[in-house]
Design a protein around this ligand. Structure first.
Ligand SMILES: N=c1c2ncn([C@@H]3O[C@H](COP(=O)(O)OP(=O)(O)OP(=O)(O)O)[C@@H](O)[C@H]3O)c2ncn1[C@@H]1O[C@H](COP(=O)(O)O)[C@@H](O)[C@H]1O
Length: 216
């Protein structure tokens, strides 16, 4: 078994199918495997891609240093490959990764991508993450008339009571075998669970991580 075969990502990628540009490079977008956040864009040459496939850790080509760049080799913030895809005309890579150390950008941020002034807030990486961002924002910067704010103000007593109620409503909707009602009640339950999590400083990515670890 080669080193590449010991990793769990898709190794069916035919290296010869990738179209490197005139500098022998292909852009590689790194995306978080848990919540889909777009972390960074860098470049790979053939050797970097080969090493990435062989080791299961991401290697890029540093255009400034003109050398292979084993991401995290100095900082310890490795990128473990979870899946590797290429676009339909084979001239861009999407590397879904597990970011060891939770920092992708050299500025110390999780993502290298920042908002351009005048454009709308970046769309959420996924729906729950987006909602959780709003919920934590309401916790940290209360807004007049906010329902979430009222929940935080009521503390565990208020939040947990709502979770109990919403769970009971999910049960009733299931008893009624009403898919529309079930979806609505589960949405309420998800939202209130997020409020409880924010109240207790739980990282949503830890929930995703646990689910991911359990996935068979
Ligand atoms: N996703 C939700 C969400 N889901 C459910 N709920 C509220 O949860 C409550 C559900 O409780 P019930 O079904 O028992 O209805 P109710 O009788 O009106 O509830 P109570 O007022 O008696 O507690 C309703 O008031 C819903 O409006 C939500 N309230 C807010 N959000 C989102 O949270 C974010 C912040 O909202 P605000 O804090 O209101 O700005 C926004 O993005 C919202 O879209």
């Amino acid at each position: 078994m080669s080193a590449a075969e010991s990793h769990s990502f898709d190794r069916a990628i035919p290296l010869d199918a990738i179209r490197f540009n005139e500098q022998g490079l292909v852009p590689a977008i790194a995306q978080d495997y848990l919540d889909g956040t777009v972390l960074m864009l860098a470049w790979m040459n053939r050797d970097a891609l080969q090493k990435t496939l062989e080791t299961g850790e991401v290697w890029y080509w540093s255009r400034s240093r003109q050398e292979l760049w084993h991401k995290g080799a100095t900082s310890g913030h490795f990128q473990k490959v979870r899946s590797l895809r290429y676009d339909c005309d084979s001239d861009a890579l999407l590397v879904t990764i597990e970011q060891i150390g939770d920092i992708a950008c050299h500025t110390g941020e999780r993502s290298c991508f920042h908002q351009v002034e005048g454009t709308k807030q970046a769309p959420p990486a996924d729906t729950l993450s987006g909602l959780y961002r709003v919920v934590r924002d309401r916790r940290d910067r209360p807004v007049e008339g906010s329902y979430t704010r009222k929940l935080f103000a009521g503390g565990d007593n208020k939040i947990l009571k709502k979770i109990g109620e919403e769970a009971a409503e999910v049960v009733m909707a299931c008893k009624d075998d009403d898919p529309g009602a079930i979806a609505g009640e589960v949405a309420d339950l998800f939202y209130h669970a997020l409020v409880a999590m924010a109240h207790h400083n739980v990282d949503l990515r830890d929930v995703y991580r646990i689910l991911e670890e359990r996935r068979r």
